[in-house]
Design a protein around this ligand. Structure first.
Ligand SMILES: Nc1ncnc2c1ncn2[C@@H]1O[C@H](COP(=O)(O)OP(=O)(O)OP(=O)(O)O)[C@@H](O)[C@H]1O
Ligand SMILES: [Mg+2]
Length: 336
């Protein structure tokens, strides 16, 4: 592939304790293009993305070998300054993480840290970045209002604006639209397309249609190995390997088709159990409900009770340290 390389990965291996999750990764990521990482759940996409800005090796029990060159500099070199490196990269995660302060202060946060005090310059910068993130018109009347009052889709665009205000070269996104409604997701997608002339963008997504819409280059990762890497249109039209073909044809069925989703964050038992039951009642037998829970006890209690009522719990998985998702198939259609 002929392009200008921005990030170059050489013989990268990553272990969590004794478990190797990335095997000998060698790739070059092009400058000012969108590269999309796809692959089944647990194949190492997040790990690979986090290895680009050293968010990975700071965790206990993680071992990294190999090199990652950003602008020709090995970021795993002992001499490298991690804060300087992070400044080059903005990271968007699945759920937007706004700072507990006003909309304005979120965007002004990084420039202020780096010494910008001039009010007029800060005002201009905040407006510019909010425009870049496609949010200005929606928030210009309430810049001093709390960021947490924005919708999730707006919060994600605010995170993008905050990231851009740090003047990065690279934007990393780990499923940045998966928690958003389709309209908000489209707005974020459009921002990526507009921003790729100025930034190198690397995105993880589970959504193949989104990958097709956005990707210039695609990395297909499977069990910690790069199976295929190349131009998006070539991989989507004409994958070289059967594994890639299978994945693109939906043959990996580890992802459940969800018919209804219920966010129960902030509720406790028995409320979350009752709400789950009501949601299941609205479904037909065989349909699937996903609930999101942040109450640890419920992660054990809700599946037990629901199974007792005859439904099938397909999966209980932790999204992060505080949130879990439980996927339930409706089985019984009445009293048992
Ligand atoms: N902090 C950790 N400690 C131990 N194992 C981990 C840790 N983080 C991830 N893993 C394991 O490493 C493997 C790769 O995880 P990773 O999160 O990179 O996968 P992924 O492709 O992003 O999955 P998903 O699509 O579900 O987000 C998985 O088997 C996962 O269980
Ligand atoms: Mg992931």
């Amino acid at each position: 592939m002929k392009f200008k390389t921005h990030i170059s990965i050489k013989d990268l291996n990553v272990w969590y304790e004794k478990h190797q999750v990335l095997n000998n990764i060698n790739i070059d990521i092009p400058d000012k293009k969108i590269t999309v990482i796809i692959g089944p759940s647990g194949c190492g996409k997040t790990t690979l993305l986090k290895s680009f800005n050293r968010l990975i090796d700071l965790q206990d029990g993680v071992m990294v070998s190999g090199q990652v060159f950003v602008d020709g500099e090995n970021i795993y070199d002992e001499k490298i300054e991690v804060t300087h490196l992070r400044k080059k990269m903005g990271l968007l995660s699945q759920r937007p993480q706004v700072l507990p302060m006003s909309i304005y202060d979120n965007v002004a946060y990084s420039p202020r840290i780096h010494g910008l005090k001039n009010k007029k310059k800060l005002d201009e910068l905040v407006e510019h970045e909010l425009n870049e993130a496609g949010l200005w018109n929606e928030v210009k009347e309430r810049l001093s209002g709390p960021a947490s009052k924005l919708s999730i889709g707006q919060q994600q665009r605010l995170c993008l604006a905050r990231g851009l205000a740090a003047d990065p070269e690279i934007i990393l996104g780990d499923e940045p639209t998966s928690a958003l409604d389709p309209i908000s997701a489209e707005k974020i997608e459009q921002r990526f397309l507009d921003l790729k002339n100025k930034y190198t963008i690397v995105l993880v997504t589970h959504n193949l249609r989104q990958a097709k819409r956005l990707a210039d280059y695609v990395i297909f990762l499977y069990l910690g190995n790069i199976i295929e890497y190349g131009k998006a249109d070539e991989i989507f039209k004409n994958p070289k390997y059967s594994k890639t073909k299978d994945y693109l044809n939906g043959k990996f069925i580890e992802e459940h088709k969800i018919d209804k989703e219920l966010n129960l964050k902030g509720t406790v038992c028995p409320d979350n159990f009752v709400k789950t039951k009501v949601a299941l009642e609205e479904l037909e037998v065989g349909q699937v409900l996903r609930i999101i829970i942040d109450y640890e006890q419920a992660v054990i209690e809700v599946p037990k009770t629901i199974e007792y009522e005859g439904h099938k719990v397909l999966e209980v998985k932790s999204i992060n340290r505080t949130d879990w998702e439980i996927i339930i198939e409706k089985r019984n259609d009445g009293e048992i």
